[in-house]
Design a protein around this ligand. Structure first.
Ligand code: C2E
Ligand code: MG
Ligand code: MG
Length: 361
């Protein structure tokens, strides 16, 4: 029995398949016929199918449980890269329950205003002072204290909650840029956005509104997009829309995301941020050093500013300065700090750099 369950989801009932390997065999045949190319108006199209399997009686003895468990297995098949078959196991159900509970907690975190932006300074090599900050999301979880984004952003992306959370981030960064950084004219604020945000919402509209409502000069806002996310062809119109608003665009974690040079040529970002993993290799791996120099050369030749993040040692900084890196961000100067502390951190960094400069001079 084959039935359409909703949208692009189908349910298949297979009877009498207790014999070992028969289910896999049947599903493989099915997947092969689904993915056979179709010709539509001279174009060859191919459809992939992901499948989740739950078996009676071991995975459930009623319809609801069997469907839920098959859906859990399907979710796993999709997250493992799609176009594959995954059988249900109890461990998947536990992971799914944890995901649901985290999604619930994130939703209430948004309502209870438990999110907060931390800021990390970026230092200009030429101007020898702080010229910008990157806004980094934190969750003040009442049970666990401050939680970093790598622990919850992937779940927020899965559940779609990254959309309202990301909107809050953009609004808050624009508002705080105007309120907190009044004493630092020209200081830019960078905000990270997730590819899910451009797929699901009108991101340019959200950004344009936040800029308008806050009164921030658009060129002082920089949107950071990871190199991996740029690969999707749908991002190109988005990038042009951002350009129209007048905000800057940075390609984050550059060097690890498989983007093509042709793509980089077709959209010129303002900034390239060298992935931290290469910065870490400075002084240790000649290959990493060669890659850092190559990224600096590529960025500068194409007229982009190049920023190094994750700079922790004087040796890394000196290497980067010597090879013409424009801006430096990392624990060497400052860790990300709360909105309450960031101005003091910037002021003291600027004073330190000024006096070091005078001593050298
Ligand atoms: P990212 O945008 O590449 O941010 C840099 C990360 O490196 C930050 O981690 C920062 O705290 C850390 N970092 C900075 N300097 C150093 C250093 O010298 N050494 C080391 N070891 N680490 C350093 P964080 O805050 O945990 O953020 C991790 C990632 O989460 C970010 O990587 C970004 O991709 C994502 N993220 C942060 N905030 C947001 C947000 O508001 N929205 C979205 N969608 N993603 C966010
Ligand atoms: Mg970033
Ligand atoms: Mg990065």
């Amino acid at each position: 029995v084959v039935g359409r369950y909703g949208g692009d989801e189908f349910v298949i009932l297979l009877y009498g398949t207790r014999e070992a390997g028969l289910v896999e065999q049947t599903l493989d045949n099915l997947r092969a016929s689904i993915s056979a190319p179709l010709t539509v108006f001279d174009a060859a199209l191919q459809i992939d199918a992901s499948m989740g399997v739950a078996s009676y009686p071991q995975d459930g003895t009623d319809t609801e449980t069997l469907l839920r468990n098959a859906d859990t297995a399907l979710y796993r098949a999709k997250s493992e890269g799609r176009n594959r078959v995954r059988r249900f196991e109890p461990a998947l159900a536990r992971a799914s329950a944890e995901r649901l509970s985290l999604a619930g907690r994130l939703r209430s975190a948004l309502q209870r205003q438990e999110f907060e932006l931390f800021y990390q300074p970026k230092v200009s090599v030429r101007a020898n002072c702080v010229v910008g900050v990157e806004a980094l999301l934190r969750w003040r979880d009442p049970c666990r204290g401050i939680v970093g984004p790598s622990e919850f952003v992937p779940h927020a992306e899965d559940s779609g909650l990254i959309v309202p959370i990301g909107e809050w981030v953009i609004d808050q960064a624009c508002r705080q840029a105007r309120q907190l950084f009044r004493g630092f004219p020209g200081l830019s604020v960078s905000v990270n956005v997730s590819p899910v945000q451009f797929a699901r919402t009108d991101l340019p509209e959200t950004i344009a509104r936040a800029v308008r409502c806050s009164g921030l000069r658009p060129e002082l806002l920089e949107i950071e997009i990871t190199e991996g996310a740029l690969m999707d062809p749908s991002t190109l119109p988005l990038l042009h829309a951002l350009r129209k608003i007048g905000v800057c665009v940075a390609i984050d974690d550059f060097g690890v995301g498989y983007s093509s040079l042709a793509y980089i040529r077709s959209f010129m970002a303002d900034t390239l941020k060298i992935d931290m993993s290469f910065v870490r290799g400075i002084g240790q791996s000649p290959r990493d050093e060669a890659i850092v120099k190559a990224i600096l050369g590529l960025g500068h030749t194409l007229g982009m500013k190049v920023v190094a993040e994750g700079v922790e040692t004087v040796m890394q900084r000196d290497f980067l300065m010597q090879h013409g890196c424009d801006e430096i961000q990392g624990y060497l100067y400052a860790r990300p700090v709360s909105g309450t502390d960031i101005c003091e951190v910037i002021t003291s960094l600027n004073a330190d750099m000024m006096s070091a400069h005078e001593v050298r001079g």
